[in-house]
Design a protein around this ligand. Structure first.
Ligand SMILES: Nc1ncnc2c1ncn2[C@@H]1O[C@H](COP(=O)(O)OP(=O)(O)OP(=O)(O)O)[C@@H](O)[C@H]1O
Ligand SMILES: [Mg+2]
Length: 255
């Protein structure tokens, strides 16, 4: 539950439940056009598992992650985090509490790196640790270790990533997302612009996170990656949120 300084960093099982989630976009610039993106979506995510969201482009996969991260408002339904000392309902979470939640509990590798001008790649990566008051040298060392693992050339570490290639930016984004070892991690196509060698590094990072008990909700278009990381698959389609969909195992869903 919320403490005075933020959010408890000690979640217990299960980490996350989503129940009856709806999402509708109202386009004011288009004469109030309403787009239904999500109807009655439910899921449960446990510690140490990776649940993969599947479905065609535009079905609402990234939208779900953005709702979980507080970027999009929850119109209807419940998103609940479970902690040792209680539960936290995200749809009623006050704005001030999101900062602590993102710092201590929910990590997010977005589809694209949101570049901060003039901030060096290594500083972008170590920032989540500094936000928690970590020692600067230690944080830098961990950031460099991750960037080296992800094969980002050392000459780029001190440069702002604004001019980096898509794959280089994505690796900075991945390092920033994994460095904090959050108990809940949202992954939006983290391997989309990576070559096979770097895809393997990301898969290894995901397996290491699982071993630490991290609960992950991910989007992976690459079938091979999906097969190697997914414990369960949640197909988003016309039957959004059906009990069968939420309990379907990855193997079952492929057959
Ligand atoms: N802020 C927004 N305002 C209006 N419509 C939006 C907004 N964000 C998303 N949408 C719409 O919601 C739908 C779902 O988008 P979303 O990005 O979640 O799809 P996706 O499943 O992640 O697709 P992809 O696989 O291509 O990344 C799309 O039709 C998109 O245009
Ligand atoms: Mg998307």
């Amino acid at each position: 539950m919320l403490s005075e300084t933020g959010v408890s960093p000690k979640p217990s099982l299960p980490r996350l439940t989503v129940d009856g989630l709806h999402k509708q976009f109202l386009l004011h610039g288009q004469g109030g056009l309403e787009i239904d993106v999500m109807r009655d979506l439910s899921l449960t995510l446990h510690a140490g598992e990776c649940l993969v969201l599947a479905g065609r482009s535009g079905i609402g996969k990234s939208t779900l992650l953005k709702m979980l991260y507080g970027d999009y408002r929850i119109d209807q339904g419940w998103i609940r985090l479970h902690f040792d000392d209680g539960e936290l309902d995200l749809e009623t979470l006050p704005a001030y509490a999101w900062h602590g939640l993102r710092r201590d509990v929910i990590g997010y590798v977005s589809q694209f790196l949101r570049v901060v001008p003039r901030v060096a790649a290594v500083d972008v990566v170590m920032e989540p640790l500094l936000a928690r008051g970590a020692d600067e040298n230690e944080a830098r060392q961990r950031a460099e270790t991750l960037l080296a693992r992800l094969n980002l050339p050392e000459r780029l570490w001190r440069l702002p990533p604004g001019t980096f290639s898509g794959g280089e930016q994505q690796r900075v984004n991945i390092a920033r997302g994994f460095i904090g070892e959050h108990p809940l991690l949202l992954l939006d196509e983290p391997t989309a612009s990576l070559d096979a060698a770097n895809r393997d590094v990301v898969i290894a990072l995901i397996h290491e996170a699982k071993a630490r008990g991290t609960a992950m909700l991910g989007i992976f278009h690459d079938e091979d990656v999906r097969e190697r990381v997914a414990d369960r698959l949640l197909p988003l389609d016309g039957s959004l949120g059906s009990p069968a969909a939420t309990s379907q195992s990855f193997r079952e869903s492929l057959s």
